[in-house]
Design a protein around this ligand. Structure first.
Ligand code: MN
Length: 384
């Protein structure tokens, strides 16, 4: 982001909070931040940084006393501060107004105090906030909640928002957006990650472009139609084709390193092998090489041998009865609760809803699994 700001001759870099976790500021991170901000100082680029819930003033510890270069303005309280931004010729080219989180659980609407001072230059509002209608907002605690209607009417040209990690444009006139985080952190944060370059020189027609900055991208590749693939060679070729299709639509940057979860689903003649962690590990390593990925994790999701469940559901034996019971559970005719033992392995917290969801997940591939185990071909030893 710093290099982009330099290359594009940006007037300012605005950081909408959660720059780091207050508890986890290492020596190298502290040095890195000061050095990078110093590069911007040398080029005359202003930095305005409003704190969020993870780097709030009260938990900043050493971060609160970082020796920031003179170009960095940190706002770590609810009172909005307005900073003039100077252009290369020395004149004011705009203003940034920011508020920050004083504590890790800011519950008041900090945007209410942010009203635009009148002027002829572009006005930017900078805030770490949970806008109530942002998608993905249910994944984040509603710290410093705000209302889109208020942001729209507050008179700013651009609201630069932080907190929600998923990039999204909430409104375009005025421009109200989350840039998202510049680096995804886990498989919940897939897709391109980076920052926004915003040009407000023409206030009537602001321009914005997204720039990828993430060094590593997390991706989940769901692969189905495995039933005709009898060998690792066929499987690897099929997964590779799926990956290439996905990458044609969204190639990423030349420098992108990929971390990929390959999720195999449905009937496959390799179901037995795929249940074995050692076989999956071998497959993962081969796929990492084939997909040119930094790391691959192979997941199996409802994989099972290619068997015909429906054709066996009418059997007059234990297998038939079990299949009918599973179908009853699936359709809701039978109650999960009535069948439960006193204790369930692998369940962290027992609540009615969590238990039922857990059991349903366990049973998802059960009909095919039962068939595979109970109904062996005569050539492989007969039924037992
Ligand atoms: Mn946050």
């Amino acid at each position: 982001m710093v290099q982009l700001a330099l290359d594009e001759h940006a007037d300012a870099l605005v950081i909408a909070g959660d720059l780091f976790d207050g508890e986890r500021l290492s020596f190298p991170t502290e040095r890195f931040l000061i050095a990078e901000m110093g590069r911007l100082e040398e080029a005359g680029v202003a930095v305005v940084y409003g704190t969020g819930n993870h780097d709030a003033a009260s938990i900043q510890r050493r971060a609160g006393s970082i020796g920031w270069p003179s170009n960095v303005a940190v706002v770590s309280g609810p009172t909005p501060q307005r900073f003039p931004i100077f252009g290369p010729e020395g004149g004011v080219v705009g203003y940034v107004t920011a508020a920050g989180h004083a504590g890790p659980r800011e519950t008041s609407d900090l945007s209410l105090g942010m009203t635009r001072a009148s002027g002829s230059e572009p006005e930017v509002a900078l805030l770490h906030s949970q806008v109530s209608r942002a998608s993905g907002s249910d994944r984040h605690r509603p710290y410093a909640p705000s209302e889109l209607a208020h942001l729209m009417g507050a008179g700013y040209d651009y609201w630069a928002l932080g907190h929600v990690h998923q990039r999204q444009m909430l409104w375009t006139d005025p421009l109200i957006c989350y840039s998202g985080n510049p680096q995804g952190r886990n498989f919940n944060e897939t897709g391109a990650r980076g920052c926004l370059l915003v040009d407000l020189r023409d206030r009537a027609a602001p321009l914005w472009t997204f720039h990828q900055t993430a060094l590593i991208r997390w991706e989940i590749l769901v692969v189905e139609d495995l039933d005709e693939l009898p060998s690792i060679d066929a499987l690897v070729r099929h997964v590779t084709r799926s990956w290439e299709t996905l990458r044609r639509a969204d190639p990423g940057e030349a420098s992108t390193d990929w971390v990929v979860r390959v999720e195999l689903r449905g009937p496959t003649p390799l179901a037995g092998e795929l249940r074995n962690p050692e076989e999956r590990e071998f497959l993962a390593e081969e796929l990492a090489a084939t997909l040119a990925a930094l790391w691959v994790d192979v997941w199996i999701s409802e994989t099972h041998a290619p068997v015909d469940v429906a054709a066996n559901a009418g059997r007059d034996d234990t297998l038939g009865e079990a299949l009918r019971l599973l179908e009853g559970l699936r359709s809701g005719r039978e109650s999960v609760e009535a069948l439960l033992p006193d204790e369930l392995a692998g369940l962290d917290q027992a609540s009615g809803v969590a238990t039922e969801a857990y059991v349903r997940e366990l049973l998802a591939g059960a009909p095919a699994e039962l068939l595979t185990r109970l109904l062996r071909e005569p050539s492989s030893g007969g039924a037992s």
